[in-house]
Design a protein around this ligand. Structure first.
Ligand SMILES: *[C@@H]1O[C@H](CO)[C@@H](O)[C@H](O)[C@H]1NC(C)=O
Ligand SMILES: *[C@@H]1O[C@H](CO)[C@@H](O)[C@H](O)[C@H]1NC(C)=O
Ligand SMILES: *[C@@H]1O[C@H](CO)[C@@H](O)[C@H](O)[C@H]1NC(C)=O
Ligand SMILES: *[C@@H]1O[C@H](CO)[C@@H](O)[C@H](O)[C@H]1NC(C)=O
Ligand SMILES: *[C@@H]1O[C@H](CO)[C@@H](O)[C@H](O)[C@H]1NC(C)=O
Length: 207
């Protein structure tokens, strides 16, 4: 259904929930501000293909004065898998300015990867980062390993609640709005991350 919508028109979704209705592993009605250049995402809308090329700017209207983990997943990467999402971005150490604009002072554990699957529902999530948080040594996800990311485990393993979310469908043939390419958080380099070991009690790829 999502792919039909994406192929047909650029819809602005009039949905209340800020997570895809088909994806029940993470649900919230609280909005995470998500913008790509000048394009501010409205939950459920179809974005022209080029728009989400670079990492988004996150924002919030409620005061978020601690440190956060931002995650983007392709929720429909593999619908025949019990863990259907692939990881697009895992950025730890996100803080928000007084104006509510997010930034991070460390290289993303999993650098942002331009979405390429037309019709897929991409979901952005923000979690409180626990004090003293460090990426577990056996966390299997990296620039080169993104398959089967179980979003539910973020909350349970890191003992942190989902705070807000936003999502879009990647479109192909929509007219592009004016768009200024953004380099997102400005971390051009991809870290030397190549961990694929077993993470806690799940095998790599079964997070
Ligand atoms: C979102 O809002 C709807 C309608 O008020 C409600 O039924 C639903 O339980 C809410 N979902 C969450 C995750 O809070
Ligand atoms: C964040 O703001 C809340 C509410 O204004 C306040 O209670 C809390 O102490 C603040 N936390 C930090 C780390 O500044
Ligand atoms: C999708 O998930 C199924 C079930 O886990 C698996 O057998 C299959 O290899 C996966 N497909 C891809 C392309 O990863
Ligand atoms: C990055 O920000 C976090 C959270 O504000 C802080 O704990 C950490 O010390 C900062 N690291 C550097 C290298 O500035
Ligand atoms: C996903 O993670 C949750 C929380 O740890 C767990 O209960 C669930 O079994 C996991 N799903 C799969 C398919 O492994």
């Amino acid at each position: 259904m999502l792919s039909l919508i994406a192929a047909a028109v650029c819809l602005i979704g009039s949905v209340l929930t800020q997570t895809p209705p088909s994806y029940t592993l993470a649900e919230t009605n609280k909005t995470l501000g998500l913008s790509y250049g000048s394009v501010s995402v409205k939950a459920g809308e179809t974005l022209p293909y080029r728009v989400p090329t670079f990492a988004p700017t996150l924002s919030t209207i409620s005061p978020l004065n601690e440190t956060y983990i931002a995650i983007i997943v392709d929720t429909t990467a593999n619908l025949s898998s019990p863990i259907p999402a692939d990881l697009v971005w895992f950025q730890q150490d996100v803080t928000f300015s007084a104006a509510g604009i997010g930034s991070a002072n460390s290289t993303a554990q999993v650098p942002y990867q331009s979405p390429t699957s037309v019709g897929h529902a991409y979901l952005a999530l923000i979690y409180t980062q626990p004090p003293g948080f460090a990426i577990p040594a056996n966390f299997p996800y990296s620039d080169t390993f993104r398959l089967a990311f179980n979003v539910t485990r973020v909350g349970s393993d890191f003992h942190t609640p989902l705070l807000a979310a936003n999502w879009f469908v990647l479109g192909s043939n929509c007219p592009a709005p004016s768009y200024t390419a953004s380099s997102g958080y400005g971390f051009a380099t991809h870290g030397p991350f190549a961990k694929k070991a077993v993470y806690t009690n799940g095998a790599a790829g079964r997070y």
